[in-house]
Structures are given as structure tokens and as C-alpha cells.
Write a protein that binds this ligand. Structure first.
Ligand SMILES: Nc1ncnc2c1ncn2[C@@H]1O[C@H](COP(=O)(O)OP(=O)(O)OP(=O)(O)O)[C@@H](O)[C@H]1O
Ligand SMILES: [Mg+2]
Length: 388
């Protein structure tokens, strides 16, 4: 970076000469330098600048943009030259840092957040330099400014912080409930045998929820760890789905829900049997949990062709249940960890809010796709496709 800051004055000189030649209406090749090696270096450097994916700007002592590479134009617009930088990046932090670098001459970093419709995070590195490369008072000074897009790092950081906060909250709720009941059993309800039974049942349920949550968290971290390793097993989805239906039948019966399954004879797919069982189980369990009583869950499994331009074969599973449905605004976030449409309802049904996050990662490992469609007070349909 320091090398670039030191070499940049060369480009400004080149521009200066180019402009002069233009004014004189000269059509001849621009002789940037008499020395062939130096000229080649200059052209090479200009090409590197042009192709650098990070936006780069040169500012004069009035904070006017006097030079910008292609990425800077793509980010800030085509008409940025000769304009003050604050018109395009409104940020008091940047204004202060520019002042500071001018004053001290020392390079500084500054974090910026700007952009519409998507706000992005940038780390800006700012250096001061002058054309004569000496520190004479009257020499013209320039600022060299690079913008690094750090949005992914910022988002990952936020996700990590959110995750720890959510996981702690999910564990703290049942834990404080258990502690509360232990205190009651030791104190006011010491001799109340009827209360003992009731409280112990609640404590058991809460402890089971904590245990499920820890199992789900461990499962999620294992799946994420192996996500880049493609599965190698051969799986026939029809018996797999039948097994899951058998396991969930009693739960469905409790709500008077019937489960139907239509399929064609299918080829085996490459996949991980246990993980695909987890996917189907999570999705059918949701259909049972959030479906209305006395309704039907319709499951299908068929071969289909992927949309163009891929046109390759895949297996598609659909699960449709009748129920209150999912409002459209929740659909894009449904597979985030701990995201629930109705937290109280999910918790009362013993949910951890991790089911769909697990599903998402397993499907990603299988290079598949999943999407939800829902009509309020009518149906919710989940479609999962896995390449054959
Ligand atoms: N078929 C469905 N109908 C209506 N809402 C659904 C359906 N499937 C999922 N949801 C909503 O999506 C949320 C997230 O589902 P997810 O499976 O990740 O968590 P959960 O079911 O609450 O808990 P668990 O981790 O035990 O599965 C649910 O809380 C529910 O609000
Ligand atoms: Mg679930």
C-alpha cells in the first residue's frame, strides 16, 4: 500500500501531460516518459490501478476527488471527479479522519457505512503524499484513499454475537424456570405432594428442552463443519419418507391429522441417509405441529427436471399442510437459527427454533434447494429438490 501511495504521483503527472497534449490538439502518441523502461512501468501501474477491485480515490487539499479508478466509479458514480468527496460519502467520521491525516501526515484507518438500497461496511485507509516527495511547506499535498468492503466480516461478526445471545437466552429460559421450581419445592411447596408431581413434570419438560437444544446445536455445528464434503451414500427416498411417516403417525393422530404419500418409482440419489431423514422428519414434524386439527398433510416425491439452463434431473419432495399459514414477511427469515413466527407457540410445542436451520445446511451439503409458499389460513407448502 505504501508502495502504491508513493508511486501514485506518477499517475497524476501522466494525467497532467495528457491534458496538456489534448489542449494542444496533439494526436501523436503520448510520450509519458523518454525512458522506455520507466514508461512501461507507468503503463503497467496504470493498468493495475484500473483493474484493482478495491475502489481507490485521490483527493486534493480541498477534499475534491481528482482521480478515481474503475471500481470507485462503479461504487460512487461516473460524475465524481472535481467534486467534494462528502457529496458521495456522507460520513462525519471520514471528514474528521481526512482532517487528521492532513494535519499529522500520518496514515489513518476509518470505518464507513454507506450505500443504498443495501448499506455496506467499508474500511478506508488514508495516506497523505506530495508530488515532490519532500515535506516542504508549500508542496502540493494529496490524499490517497482506498475502500475495502468489509461487509461480509461485519455480518459474520454480527451473526456470531447474535448467535451467542440467542443460544444463551434459549438456555436461560428453561434453566431459570427449573431453578424457580427447585426453590418452590424446597420452600413453600415442601410438603405439598400434589404440587411435587406437577412441578417435577414441568421441570422434566424444561430439562428435556434444554437437552434437545444442546443436541440440535451440536448437530448444527457438525453439519456446518462437514458442509463442504459432498455425501457419498446411496439413498432411496421413498422408504426413507415412509419410515418418517410411521414415526410421526402417533403425533399426527393426536391432532386427528391424516398423512397421505404419493410417489413414483424413484432412482436412488447420492446422499446421507441420516441427514436426509433429519430433513424429512423436521419438515413433516413442522407440518404436524403447525397444521390444523382434523386436516390432511399431503406428501409427494417425484423426479423432475431442473429449470433452464441446467435442465438436469432432480428429485422433488413436497409437503403441504393446512393451517394458519406463514405471513409473507417471515418467509425469507424462516431458516435463520432460532427464528420463529410465533415464539411462544413454538416453545410451548417444545420447539428449539433450530429445525429449519439444520434442514437448510443439510440441503446445501446435498447441493439441493428448498422453498416455502404459504397462503394465510389455508396451506403451507415446502418444496425440497435434490439433484439426481
Ligand atoms: N408448516 C408450517 N406451518 C406454519 N409455520 C411453520 C411451518 N414450518 C415452520 N413454521 C414456522 O417456522 C418456525 C421455524 O421452524 P423450525 O422448524 O426451525 O423451528 P421450530 O419448529 O420452532 O423448532 P424445532 O427446532 O423443534 O423444529 C416455526 O417456529 C414456525 O413458526
Ligand atoms: Mg421444527
Amino acid at each position: 500500500m505504501l508502495y502504491m501511495a508513493a508511486t501514485l504521483p506518477v499517475i497524476i503527472i501522466i494525467r497532467h501531460f495528457q491534458k496538456k497534449l489534448k489542449l494542444l490538439n496533439l494526436k501523436a502518441t503520448v510520450h509519458i516518459s523518454d525512458n522506455k523502461a520507466t514508461r512501461e512501468n507507468q503503463l503497467l501501474f496504470m493498468n493495475i490501478m484500473k483493474r484493482l477491485s478495491d475502489p481507490i480515490l485521490i483527493l486534493d487539499n480541498l477534499n475534491h476527488i481528482i482521480m478515481a479508478n474503475k471500481s470507485a466509479h462503479e461504487l460512487l458514480g461516473n460524475d465524481i471527479l472535481k467534486q467534494e468527496i462528502s457529496i458521495f460519502i456522507r460520513n462525519s467520521n471520514l471528514t474528521e479522519t481526512l482532517k487528521k491525516v492532513y494535519k499529522t501526515g500520518n496514515p489513518e484507518d476509518c470505518e464507513l457505512k454507506f450505500g443504498t438500497p443495501v448499506t455496506k461496511h467499508y474500511l478506508s485507509r488514508i495516506h497523505l503524499f506530495n508530488l515532490d516527495n519532500d515535506n516542504a511547506e508549500n508542496s502540493k499535498k494529496y490524499l490517497f484513499l482506498t475502500l475495502y468492503d468489509v461487509s461480509t466480516i461485519k455480518n459474520t461478526d454480527k451473526m456470531r454475537v447474535d448467535f451467542v445471545a440467542n443460544a444463551s437466552h434459549e438456555l436461560r429460559t428453561p434453566l431459570s424456570s427449573i431453578l424457580g421450581f427447585v426453590e418452590t419445592l424446597q420452600g413453600p411447596a415442601r410438603d405439598d405432594t400434589e404440587a411435587h408431581e406437577r412441578f417435577l413434570k414441568i421441570m422434566y419438560d424444561e430439562a428435556s428442552r434444554m437437552s434437545r437444544l444442546i443436541e440440535d446445536l451440536l448437530s448444527l455445528s457438525r453439519i456446518e463443519r462437514d458442509e463442504h464434503i459432498p455425501p457419498t451414500g446411496s439413498v432411496n427416498l421413498v422408504p426413507l419418507i415412509k419410515n418418517v411417516i410411521n414415526v410421526l403417525e402417533p403425533q399426527a393422530k393426536d391432532k386427528d391429522i391424516t398423512i397421505s404419500f404419493f410417489h413414483n418409482a424413484l432412482k436412488e440419489i447420492t446422499g446421507d441417509y441420516d441427514q436426509l431423514t433429519q430433513v424429512v422428519q423436521n419438515l413433516i414434524e413442522n407440518a404436524v405441529k403447525y397444521g390444523n386439527e382434523k386436516t390432511e398433510i399431503k406428501i409427494t416425491c417425484d423426479e423432475s427436471i431442473m429449470p433452464p439452463p441446467l435442465n438436469t434431473k432432480e428429485v422433488t419432495i413436497t409437503i403441504v399442510n393446512e393451517g394458519p399459514g406463514i405471513p409473507a414477511k417471515h418467509l425469507p427469515r424462516l431458516m435463520e437459527r432460532f427464528y420463529r413466527v410465533d415464539s411462544a407457540r413454538s416453545r410451548s410445542l417444545g420447539g428449539t427454533g433450530l429445525g429449519l436451520a439444520i434442514v437448510k445446511h443439510i440441503i446445501q451439503r446435498h447441493r439441493g434447494r428448498i422453498f416455502f409458499e404459504s397462503k394465510i389460513n389455508a396451506t403451507t407448502k415446502v418444496t425440497v429438490s435434490i439433484p439426481l
